[in-house]
Write a protein of this length. Structure first.
Length: 358
């Protein structure tokens, strides 16, 4: 069993911890928090060992009536790998701690690409993280994860000459009250490209991609307007078939009446998804169209959850535990990744596997 510590228990950390706990080959060593807030209470309610991320603040937990399993250094010492889900920039400060105990580490997309040995996407470059010279991996951001998942099967099947993507980005997560109130639409950045294109190139070095960013007053999801010039000219139906075969891409049928991100989230909650999470890219099936060799589509990315399966796969890759196909299949099975609508015929699992499914 892989002993996994999670440093940071916020939006991403709590989801990674739950996903680790669901894996048949992993044990959650514990989670680390900086202060005794409602998320720390949630960790205790779930029975997760809780560690003080900042040793000097350990007394705050005791004063709040929360028993600690120790300090973050204790967790790092006992873990086979640490998933660092701390706020952007903090992971770079933490790397020295992980190196001190020769503990491999996985960082998030908010860190600079050169801070880790490899940027990671399970579908695109899993084997790169298995190399002997890799001790730290960086799971790229939610948007880069979504673009890498989309582009990889297109590259493999048709070849990609040029990618142009406009990212309509949410202003903040639902719980990020410090980012509001918001009443504006901002080019973000006003220069070209946004950071997403160069970040995709850390995963797929040879793809030619330009990205524009726009920030809007919303919290639910991101929306991508995608134009890809392919080297071949398949039909729209052929592209739909290709994309629908990917477990982490969900083609939203027109019959569902889902015309925006609000209904996507409602759909996720209605299917029983924990926290209403959408681990898959959500591609509007009817938007997939071909004009000559130009592919057009709209896809939406749930910024709080789409990187969770990638973190689980990165754990196995970094420790050279399983091959890509085995790891992705295990992750998808245990979490319930592979969302499909009843309108598509045979329905795949949309909620985590329970004992009654055995």
């Amino acid at each position: 069993m892989i002993q996994v510590g999670v440093n940071g228990y916020g939006t991403i950390g709590k989801r990674v911890a739950d996903a680790v706990a669901a894996q048949p080959d992993m044990t959650l060593t514990g989670v680390a928090k900086t202060r005794p807030n409602y998320e720390a209470e949630a960790a205790i309610r779930k029975g997760y060992p809780l560690y003080a991320a900042i040793p000097e603040r350990a007394d705050l937990f005791h004063e709040a009536g929360i028993d600690l399993a120790g300090e973050v250094e204790d967790m790092v010492m006992t873990a086979d790998v640490v998933v660092d889900t701390t706020p952007s920039g903090i992971g770079a400060d933490n790397r020295e701690l992980y190196e001190r105990y020769d503990t491999p580490a996985i960082f998030q997309g908010g860190e600079d690409a050169d801070m880790a040995d490899v940027s990671f996407n399970a579908r695109s470059n899993y084997d790169r993280a298995r190399a002997d010279d890799v001790d730290a991996a960086r799971v790229v951001s939610c948007n880069t994860t979504g673009l890498s998942r989309l582009l990889t099967p297109l590259i493999e099947t048709y070849g990609v000459e040029k990618s142009r993507v406009t990212l309509v980005r949410r202003g903040g997560d639902p719980g990020q009250t410090s980012r509001g109130p918001i009443n504006d639409i901002l080019p973000d950045p006003v220069t070209i490209p946004s950071h997403h294109g160069p970040d995709v190139n850390t995963i797929i070095p040879d793809v030619d991609i330009d990205t524009l960013g726009v920030k809007v007053p919303a919290t639910l999801m991101h929306l991508h307007s995608v134009n890809v010039t392919l080297e071949e000219a398949p039909s729209a139906d052929e592209v739909r078939d290709l994309l629908s075969a990917e477990s982490r891409l969900f083609l939203v049928p027109e019959e569902t009446g889902i015309d925006g991100t609000g209904k996507l989230k409602e759909f996720a909650m209605d299917t029983g998804r924990p926290r209403g999470d959408l681990w898959e890219n959500c591609i509007w099936e009817h938007s997939v169209s071909m004009e000559g060799r130009d592919l057009y589509l709209f896809q939406s990315i749930h910024q709080e959850s789409d990187v969770i399966p990638e973190n689980i796969d990165a754990i196995r890759a970094l420790l050279d535990w399983e091959d890509r196909e085995t790891s992705m299949a295990t992750t998808d099975e245990t979490l319930g990744v592979g969302l499909e609508s009843l309108f598509d015929g045979q329905r795949q699992r949309v909620v985590p596997k329970s004992n009654s499914d055995d």
